[in-house]
Design a protein around this ligand. Structure first.
Ligand SMILES: *[C@@H]1O[C@H](CO)[C@@H](O)[C@H](O)[C@H]1NC(C)=O
Ligand SMILES: *[C@@H]1O[C@H](CO)[C@@H](O)[C@H](O)[C@H]1NC(C)=O
Ligand SMILES: *[C@@H]1O[C@H](CO)[C@@H](O)[C@H](O)[C@H]1NC(C)=O
Ligand SMILES: *[C@@H]1O[C@H](CO)[C@@H](O)[C@H](O)[C@H]1NC(C)=O
Ligand SMILES: *[C@@H]1O[C@H](CO)[C@@H](O)[C@H](O)[C@H]1NC(C)=O
Ligand SMILES: *[C@@H]1O[C@H](CO)[C@@H](O)[C@H](O)[C@H]1NC(C)=O
Length: 499
């Protein structure tokens, strides 16, 4: 009769095990979720619409296999460094601190320039409370590793955690590292037999580099997009050969779009301001979003003279309009901010002389649609063949953390806004714990009922005293290899990790 009890205990054991597999299939297969985030700088939301099918077949592959959003609502100012840091932190620039490509920090009494290689690796510019996804991923442990190829504002150690893999000395503007070489780094890191990364960030400076001198509507931009299409084809092939293509989640997006600037649309500060009244922080190379620091005693004069320009928006730092743009609460934002009307640029005699740029960006994306970047995503986490409306850039960080199965740091985004892109929209954390708890109760109940069932069959045939004796001895023997505490621990840590 003892075999009935043995069977019942085995049944309970099996049930608990299979439940664990159902609820946490990822950990059961012993593989971490994989994510590759790609940025193609300055890739406007509608660029692909005017590309011939044969020149975008690889983009089309990822669209057909996954999701395309209408555009990304990026953040003000629509320039490279603030937006790249928003993508990976989910924070507005006033909160992550990288407020421009070039800016002045009054506490450091020092200017950040995005073309300065050393500053790209210096923590102090990025480590102001933000937590980029490469840090969140690595800090979550369990073998998670992050690799970064040349991501703008993505190379420094933040919270004492640098990217686990990067190309030494190579920052975002290093043109000597060919696109295919960058892919090779990423593939090698993902397929490392001993310490593979599960998160990769990959940056290409095109089509921005071509969009500036030739303009967004040019043939040159079309050609460089055809080249990026080939690059994607190479990536796809290499992922396939490493048997990664089916397993990896890929997000392809950008920081901003691009607008044509007609030569005659300029705002020259020398027309109304004496240069001794003010300083431009950053440098006068920021032609779109200009940060003005008036010299003491000239504040009103500078402000009122700037107000005379008809194609210039002049924000003073305490203005509600700037707060609404989430561009106020940071010491690196100066007392006066200038934003030109669409198509216009701001300069001085010197910076405007010889200014030949055709494509420009930096305007408020909420006002100038051309500032929006594109978004494509595919992989096991994403729906297939799904067309979404506009999505928010600040929601990408919680989305990535969810895909990676890690807990996001505080941010300005929301998974709820964006989870319609996913195959399995996440139940909220509470619902997750609740469902696990309910499943546990049901299974324990079934198991107890089975034991009770066997027990009662037994009881019909045997005397009460003998049966109790049998139960207690068999019970302790069968359970000797079984540690319920361990199982419970697994469930607990699982529900914490899944967020
Ligand atoms: C800031 O640095 C400059 C030199 O770069 C120096 O002339 C100036 O005195 C410094 N200001 C303060 C407040 O330390
Ligand atoms: C570009 O990257 C290579 C490889 O890491 C490095 O040796 C080189 O110094 C970098 N060049 C520049 C201009 O940063
Ligand atoms: C710039 O030039 C174009 C034609 O070349 C003209 O239509 C437009 O009005 C000009 N804009 C300004 C501000 O001068
Ligand atoms: C700016 O406009 C005010 C009147 O609104 C005028 O008094 C002043 O002279 C103008 N300044 C310049 C530099 O045009
Ligand atoms: C800027 O150019 C104008 C026109 O050539 C000239 O009158 C003015 O003095 C110049 N200002 C400065 C600060 O160079
Ligand atoms: C953005 O997130 C940060 C960090 O949680 C928070 O301090 C800030 O208030 C948020 N901003 C907005 C507009 O919600």
């Amino acid at each position: 009769m003892a075999k009935y009890f043995h069977t019942a205990v085995q049944f309970l054991f099996l049930m608990l095990n299979s439940m664990k597999d159902v609820v946490y299939s990822d950990s059961a297969s012993n593989e971490l979720p994989k994510l590759l985030l790609i940025s193609m700088d300055g890739f406007r939301y509608n660029y692909l619409d005017r590309i011939a099918p044969e020149n975008k077949n690889n983009f089309q592959y990822f669209i057909d296999q996954g999701v395309r959003a209408k555009w990304v609502e990026n953040v003000f100012p629509s320039v490279t460094f603030p937006n790249h840091y928003t993508i990976i932190t989910g924070l507005y620039p006033e909160n992550h601190g990288v407020v421009e490509n070039r800016f002045y920090d009054p506490v450091f009494n020092e200017t950040f320039l995005f073309e300065n290689s050393n500053q790209n690796f210096e923590s102090k510019w990025y480590d102001m409370g933000a937590e980029p996804v490469y840090v969140t991923n690595t800090k979550a442990g369990n073998g998670r590793l992050s690799g970064v190829v040349m991501w703008p504002a993505g190379l420094a150690a933040v919270k004492c955690t640098p990217p686990d893999r990067f190309i030494p000395g190579a920052y975002w503007i290093n043109k000597s590292i060919e696109f295919e070489q960058r892919i090779d780094y990423i593939i090698r890191w993902f397929s490392d037999p001993d310490y593979p990364i599960n998160l990769g960030l990959l940056y290409f400076e095109e089509p921005d580099e071509t969009g500036h001198p030739y303009g967004p509507e040019s043939e040159e931009v079309k050609n460089v997009i055809a080249k990026l299409n080939e690059v994607l084809g190479i990536l796809k092939k290499k992922l396939e050969s490493k048997k990664l293509l089916e397993k990896i989640n890929i997000i392809i997006t950008a920081d901003h779009g691009m607008l044509t600037h007609p030569r005659n649309m300029t705002i020259n500060l020398d027309d109304t301001l004496d240069r001794i009244w003010y300083r431009l922080t950053g440098t006068d190379k920021n032609m779109l979003l200009v940060q003005v620091f008036p010299v003491k005693g000239f504040e009103d004069k500078v402000y009122s003279n700037l107000k005379n320009y008809s194609n210039l928006h002049v924000y003073s730092k305490d203005e509600q309009a700037l707060k609404d743009l989430h561009y106020n609460d940071n010491r690196r934002i100066m007392p006066i901010i200038l934003e030109p009307a669409p198509g216009y640029v701001i300069g001085t005699n010197d910076s405007l002389a010889g200014y030949t740029t055709v494509g420009v960006h930096g305007y408020d994306p909420a006002k100038v649609k051309e500032m929006h970047p594109f978004f494509i995503a595919s992989g096991p986490a994403f729906k297939k063949g799904y067309s979404a409306g506009p999505i928010k850039m600040v929601d990408l960080y919680p989305l990535m953390c969810h895909i990676l199965g890690i807990k996001p740091a505080p941010n300005n985004g929301s998974l709820e806004n964006i989870q319609h892109l996913l195959v399995n929209p996440a139940p909220s954390h509470k619902a997750d714990i609740l469902s696990v708890t309910i499943v546990t109760y049901i299974l324990v109940f079934i198991a107890l009922a089975s034991v009770a069932g066997v027990f009662s069959i037994f009881a019909v045939r045997h005397s009460k005293t003998r049966q109790i004796y049998m139960f207690s001895t068999r019970n302790s023997e069968s359970l000797s290899g079984y540690n319920p505490g361990a199982d419970q621990r697994l469930l607990d840590s699982g529900s914490d990790d899944e967020i």
